[in-house]
Structure formats: C-alpha cells, structure tokens
Design a protein around this ligand. Structure first.
Ligand code: ATP
Ligand code: MG
Length: 299
C-alpha cells in the first residue's frame, strides 16, 4: 500500500518543489514506484521533471486542474517522466482557478483524497507538491495525505509560519483526516560553513518535537540548475553533493517507513526514457471521456 506524502510549508521558496522532484527521483532510483502530484499552479515540479506546460495546454492533456474540478479519474491525468519508476500528474496556471471553482462545493476538501485513494495500490509513494499558501489546494493535499514532510530552509526567519502550518495540520487532523502524521522536517539549503545554518537547526530542534531527518540538503548550484534542464538531480549530475543528499534522504525515508527496496527493482534503477516527455495517453483518454459525456447528454 502506497504512502501519500504532502510536501508543505506555506513559506515560499524553502525547497518544497526541489525536494518533491529530487526525493521522488531518488526514491524511483531505488526502485520505488513513485507518483508526483503537482498541486501548485506555478507548475514548477511539472517543468522541473521535464514536461512542457505549453505542450500540455496544446494537447489539452488532463492535469491536476481536471483532477480537482471535474470527474477526471486520476489515472487519466498521469504522465510519464524520464525515469522509469516516476510518474507525474502535472499542473499549469489554470489550477489557480480551481480554488474558486470548488470553494462552494460540498466535500471540497476531500476531492484529492477520493481521487488518490484508488492509486495507493499502484505506487509505493505519492508525493504532493503544495503551493506556498494554506488555501483549499493545500488543505486537499493534507486531507489526502498519510503524512506531511516539511522542508525548512536554513535561513533567518526559518520558523516564520511554521507554527501556523502546525496548527493547520492539527486542525486538518481533527476535522478532516484523523490519520494525518508529520513525516518530519528536512533542512534545505544547508551551508556547513555558516553558523547561521547550525543556529537555525538548533532553534528548530528546540521548538519542534517532530521527527527531524538526519539528512540535510546542502545549498548546491547543481540543484538550482537542474530544473532549467528539466532534469532531477540524479539525472543531471548524479555525483553532486545534492544528488547524494537526496539519495540519502530517500534511504532514510524508506527505512523510517519500514519499506523494502526490491533488488529486482533497483537493478533497473535510473533507466531513462527517450524524448516523448509528455505522453498523449491522457489526452486521448480525455477525448474518449468527452465523447462519452457528449453521447450521454445527447441521449
Ligand atoms: P514556492 O514556495 O515558490 O513553491 P519552493 O518552496 O517550492 O518555492 P523551490 O522552488 O524548491 O522552493 O526553491 C526555491 C529556489 O531555491 C529555487 O530557485 C531553487 O532552485 C532553489 N533551491 C532549492 N533548494 C536548493 C538547494 N538545496 N541549493 C540551492 N538552491 C536551491
Ligand atoms: Mg514550489
């Protein structure tokens, strides 16, 4: 049974998307079957994993907007990435419109949960990249999730907003998702040369009693560069310290969750796909669904 992890922190630019992309790719590299759900209208996880938003729009491919606003089944929104074991439900700007579309619907907080539950059989991990806000999209992600992973940037004001996030998590747990756990805190953009990084870690440790991942993600130019090439770090520069750190984070997570990497799976790790980054299967399925709906209406 798969584990759904929401990568959340309403503070902007702390490394949510970088962590979603590279932790997912590292898990996939270790043979896990992984799905990324891009729940941010910025669509940075989508482009960072090599999908073109332009192509998605042109092809009218189903995205997380369709997942949230209409009866599109999750399977129909899934696209391949360049890693064999990693798939994605992409997003683009129209997702921001989804918020107002669903705001007055009954059960608006459970949409993602209902859609993703069916996929838990097919994946070991489903990682949801949340937007930098605590709006209905993030609440949907928290309601769908088994656990929240909180990236915290090793910078001044790192704790800003974390207490608000913690109370939102507590509220979600009370009202919407009693099973919601905190997977842990992961420090990002860690710089071992500065005292500030260590001060931030000490401060967080004295304020938060949740699990703190041993693995710290270093500040790394290669990590910052990789998304502009549409590649996760383990395809862009597997030897870089960023790639090593995300692999260690993936191993720590797998160990913490008591999951097993299958040697048969890891034997094909990092198998890359050729071109054709965006599959048309979603689009064609969508066309079939549209026709089916039209047929239904005309009857
Ligand atoms: P948002 O809140 O806008 O969604 P985010 O929390 O998803 O942002 P990212 O987009 O992952 O944050 O990172 C913000 C910026 O910092 C990006 O330009 C990214 O490339 C860079 N970055 C993230 N992690 C690292 C790192 N470990 N080393 C260097 N740069 C990093
Ligand atoms: Mg982001």
């Amino acid at each position: 049974m798969g584990r759904i992890i929401a990568v959340a922190n309403q503070k902007g630019g702390v490394g949510k998307t970088t962590t979603t992309i590279n932790l997912s790719a590292a898990l996939a590299g270790l043979g896990m079957e992984v799905l990324v759900v891009d729940c941010d209208p910025q669509g940075n996880a989508t482009t960072g994993l090599g999908l073109s938003k332009k192509e998605i729009i042109l092809n009218e491919d189903s995205t997380s907007y369709d997942l949230m606003t209409n009866d599109a089944p999750a399977e129909e929104c899934i696209k391949e990435t360049q890693l064999t074991h990693l798939k994605i439900i992409p997003s683009e700007q129209n997702l921001s419109g989804a918020e107002s579309e669903i705001l007055n619907r009954d059960g608006r907080n459970f949409i993602l949960r209902e859609k993703l539950q069916k996929l838990k059989e097919d994946f070991d991990y489903i990682l949801i990249d949340c937007p930098p806000s605590l709006t209905v999209l993030t609440i949907n992600a928290l309601t769908a999730a088994d656990a929240v992973l909180i990236p915290i940037q090793c910078e001044f004001y790192a704790l800003e907003g974390v207490s608000q996030l913690m109370s939102t998590i507590a509220l979600t747990k009370n009202r919407l998702n009693a099973e919601l756990d905190i997977e842990g805190v992961v420090f990002t953009m860690y710089d071992s040369r500065t005292n500030l990084s260590q001060q931030v870690i000490d401060e967080v440790k004295s304020n938060i009693r949740e699990y703190i991942f041993e693995t710290k993600i270093p500040r790394s130019v290669r990590l910052a560069e990789a998304p502009s090439h549409g590649l996760p770090i383990n395809l862009y520069d597997v030897k870089s310290n960023g790639a090593v750190a995300y692999k260690e984070l993936a191993e720590e997570l797998i160990k913490k969750n008591g999951k097993k990497t299958e040697s048969s799976k890891s034997a094909v790790k990092n198998t890359t796909r050729t071109a054709g980054k965006v599959t048309k299967s979603g689009a064609s399925k969508r066309a079939v669904r549209k026709t089916a709906l039209q047929d239904k209406k005309s009857k």
